[in-house]
Design a protein. Structure first.
Length: 154
């Protein structure tokens, strides 16, 4: 019961901070989820939370979406997501935990050193899509290797 309360409080707090700041909810919630659920399951649980949050934003802002830009982003994101999913399914858990830690440190450093949004051309935006797809792929529900954390063979 205490674990559920901790997760609810952390989710509410990061959602509030994200709503005020406009970013960062998932990055802040990830370490809490890793501590509570373990590295592999934390990523899957965070995926569901982020999907609900971002799906709601897309729905409410659907008239403002630049579909051409979505296509440019997807051009990089889709193939990189496949590569990220493969890495996640085959990576040993200690390496995956370190990779999550490095990702979080890089995100904090990036926000500190580059606080303003950059102006990007289509190629740069496709590269951002690739980085996003690669990093997001491990969060896909139903991923390969999910039973590995519980001691069951794949």
């Amino acid at each position: 019961m205490l674990t559920v309360l901790l997760v609810v409080i952390a989710a509410y707090g990061t959602a509030t901070l994200s709503a005020v700041a406009g970013f960062g909810g998932g990055v802040l919630l990830l370490p809490v989820f890793v501590k509570v659920f373990g590295a592999r399951d934390a990523i899957a649980v965070l995926t569901v939370a982020q999907l609900a949050s971002n799906g709601r934003r897309v729905w409410f802002n659907r008239d403002e979406i630049d579909r051409r830009l979505v296509g440019v982003f997807a051009y990089g994101a889709i193939p990189a997501a496949a590569a990220g999913a493969w890495l996640f399914a085959t990576a040993p858990l200690p390496a995956l935990t370190r990779l999550i830690g490095v990702f979080l440190l890089v995100m904090v450093a990036w926000r500190r050193w580059r606080p303003r949004a950059a102006s990007l051309n289509d190629a740069a935006f496709a590269a951002i899509g690739a980085a996003s797809g690669f990093g997001s792929a491990p969060r896909a529900p139903g991923r390969a290797g999910a039973d590995e954390d519980r001691g069951r063979p794949r």
